[in-house]
Design a protein around this ligand. Structure first.
Ligand code: 57M
Length: 354
């Protein structure tokens, strides 16, 4: 809104720049989440404890004391991002509205699941949840597929001449990326700060990728596909970064609030959608390597158990395995952050090694 008011109408040149608006979008959403945080947490706590706490069906040692910690804290992230985006983003940008739709629609789905888990002690059925995720992801995929100059090419990091045109199959691929990332972040969200840390690192990486993808000279120089208009997503991702940092302020160990499915599904959907828009889906798998490993650990655990009746890990997802080995929660989380930062550096290096 400020872009239209102060640049288009009052001709204040500064508000034209994505970098300027991006940094202020970050500061705005960070301050909003810091100011709104205590109030929202207190309201969630009252609601959750009135219902007798969030019962976790099976709890590894050390989590018993967590059932009174309020969940659904993802509301805080989404609210802060929405306000900051409406203030600092160009509101005539198609990609901004697509990503806002992804964030809000998956947050509503996740929030509904959280609400039901608190009220009825079990969430919506995984079948219903998965079906709605597929529908929402299909809407996003179709909207992107039908947008002018959208291409169905799959690009590979490190290999500048390897591109595969997936044609209509790209629609299925897009749905897979969005639903897969959404559920992968959700599975990861099992320790204080465990999901938000790698999410922030991925969001920061994709703030950079959107800036490059939307900048013709830079994209050409780095042999990346130029996606006209995607640069505006940098402002959105900076708003997301600020809100995520604000959430981390309260979710760091010992957590005062959990993000809930409202947060995890929403963050994953945004990362998946932005990776598709910038044609960096495979890079997302590198930056979000923690989410991939957490999901693979569950798949391997279930498959191995079905095949042999034994467990491959002491417990899946893999963060519980390290808990069972006696590693303290903050140590597991900090090491995951370190690995995520290294993965982001590898992903960003793909810009140069081509
Ligand atoms: C998401 N949810 C956390 C919190 C958070 C198929 C199976 C692998 C599914 C999986 C599952 O239930 N996944 C759901 C993980 C839960 O966190 C809530 O859920 C939201 C995210 N969706 O925002 O509201 C608990 O995690 C802890 N937590 C923190 N700090 C945080 O900042 O401590 C969360 C955020 C919270 C809190 O205790 O209550 C979760 O773990 O359920 N199932 C599992 O992950 C279970 N694993 C399992 O059953 N493994 C089996 C098979 C199925 C693979 C095995 O290894 O044999 C674990 N979940 C539970 N108990 N509930 C294991 C221990």
């Amino acid at each position: 809104m400020l872009y239209h008011l102060l640049y288009e109408y009052l001709d204040i040149n500064l508000f034209k720049y994505i970098t300027f608006r991006g940094f202020y979008a970050l500061i705005t959403s960070f301050l909003i989440s810091l100011v709104l945080g205590p109030y929202i947490i207190s309201r969630l706590k009252i609601f959750q404890n009135k219902e007798g706490g969030y019962i976790r069906e099976y709890t590894p040692n050390g989590h018993e004391g967590k059932k009174h910690i309020p969940t659904m804290g993802g509301i805080l992230i989404v609210l802060a991002v929405l306000i900051s985006t409406l203030l600092w983003c160009r509101l005539d940008n198609f990609y901004v509205w697509i990503v806002v739709f992804a964030m809000v629609s998956f947050a509503v789905l996740g929030g509904w699941d959280d609400y039901k888990k608190i009220k009825t002690k079990k969430g919506i059925s995984s079948k219903t949840k998965f079906t709605i995720q597929l529908i929402l992801a299909s809407i996003i995929a179709l909207a992107l597929y039908m947008y002018p100059d959208f291409n169905s090419t799959l690009y590979f990091p490190f290999l500048k001449n390897v591109q595969i045109d997936l044609g209509a199959f790209y629609l299925l691929f897009m749905v897979f990326v969005i639903v897969g990332t959404s559920n992968a972040v959700n599975l990861t969200d099992g320790l204080d700060g465990l999901a938000i840390g790698p999410s922030l690192i991925a969001i920061a990486s994709f703030a950079f990728f959107t800036y490059v993808a939307g900048h013709h000279k830079l994209a050409t120089y780095l042999h990346l596909p130029y996606i006209a208009g995607s640069g505006e997503l940098t402002v959105f991702m900076m708003a997301f970064l600020g809100a995520g940092l604000g959430f981390l302020w309260f979710n760091s160990f010992p957590a005062e609030v959990f993000m809930g499915d409202a947060g995890s599904l929403s963050i994953g959907a945004v990362l998946g959608t932005v990776a598709i828009i910038t044609k960096q889906e495979i890079v997302l798998a590198i930056v979000g390597g923690i989410f991939v490993v957490e999901t693979l650990s569950v798949i391997l655990q279930v498959a191995y158990y079905k095949a042999t009746g034994k467990r491959l890990f002491l417990m899946a997802p893999i963060h519980h395995h390290f808990e069972k080995l006696g590693m303290e929660e903050p140590k597991i989380v900090t090491r995951v952050w370190i690995i995520s930062i290294l993965l982001a550096i590898i992903a960003l290096s793909t810009l140069k090694i081509r």
